[in-house]
Design a protein around this ligand. Sequence first.
Ligand SMILES: [Zn+2]
Length: 458
Amino acid sequence: MKIYDSRLKETVEFEPLEEGKVKMYVCGPTVYDKAHLGHGRSAVSFDVVRRYFEYKYGEENVIFVSNYTDIDDKMINRAKEEGISVEELADKVIPIYERDYEALGVKKPNFQPKATKHVKEIIELIKDLEKGGFTYVLEDGVYYDVSKFPDYGKLSGQKLEDLKMGARIDVNDKKKNPYDFVLWKFKKEGEPAWESPWGEGRPGWHIECSAMTWKVFGEKFDIHGGGLDLKFPHHECEIAQSCGAFGKDSFAKYWMHNGFIQVNNEKMSKSLGNFFTLEDIFAKYDPQVVRFMFLQTHYRNPINFSDQLLEQAKAGLERIHGFVRRLEDYNSVSEMDPLRIEFGNEVNKSMDNDFDTSGALGTIFTVMNSINPLLDDRSVNFDKEFVLDQLKRLDNFFGFIYPREKFEISDDIESLISQREEARESKDFKKSDEIRDELLKRGIVLEDTANGTIWKKA
Ligand SMILES: [Zn+2]
């Protein structure tokens, strides 16, 4: 099968390090705020890649790892704003991601490490880099000296001398090069900190992924994925750290990046007011429609999000579900030999071509168009079980062919949730329990965490 390696910038034959086994790592979110559309797209893109590998090689032969960044500047600032600890913030936000990803049909990773639980490995890795002469210490932290790693910039196709300062690169006049990045930040007043050989502090953002892949996979693994926005500087820094510590040929063999989401042709941002959380969208559309919408476009292409796009996705998905229902209800009156319509291989061919879900869906719509007239004309006997069986198999990675239980959160339910919050706050537990039971009847389970209540599908 072919895979587009975004480091080589070409489509190559996928040959895992160990035949028939796949080890992949995808950068997870920084859990300081709710999941938005961009998180959803990345999660669904790599969920399909993972599930397709599982479908081909067997579930037991695929290891999928994705982390939670639960310590960084954004976490610290938000926790301060909310008057809670960084840990409490993570405990509040992680269940929201879990709920939204589950709603999108995203399978839980085999491992889901948190940065704060791997400080030991992070420190060990920085010690290795220090031994190799890649680091220097300034008054605010330990830095990576990028000039010691000549391949820096290769992934994102930039020359060291042309590199501009990118996102999340701190401006620090004392750095040897502007693109040097922090590995260990020294403690500031009121910040969470861990002991280290360089003094109390906390890990920089990039080092955690290098440490966690090392911890789970060792020095090499097959695929590293993430959103295109992470290619520079985050992934560039991960390579500099891991290959700095373990040698040139270590770390990921292939790199995959999913495309951006724009909203009405503009970058999605809070300041432009075109920012959507998954929760916002699930209030109007079934999460399965959202999954389908993402997969209509090849994972590497940009998606220009709009209500119209969701409406189209909704209509497309209804056609598929309608087709499945009609098939299930179909009874032929003919006694001729059953006609077998094979299309699974055609779908696999698209998927084998760098996970072309868009092409794969094209095949499904073509098949629907050719079978629908047969469903009208019951005098033709075609093998419906054969078609249903293929659809079921393909749904192992598509995850939208068979409808999931309808799931909508209506205004009514939202208002019940907030009424219950109020009841709890005023210690009216009888009323609070009544509302909880009422919600359960409507398929919503509430989970009370130390930092408030979140809802989940029953
Ligand atoms: Zn990462």
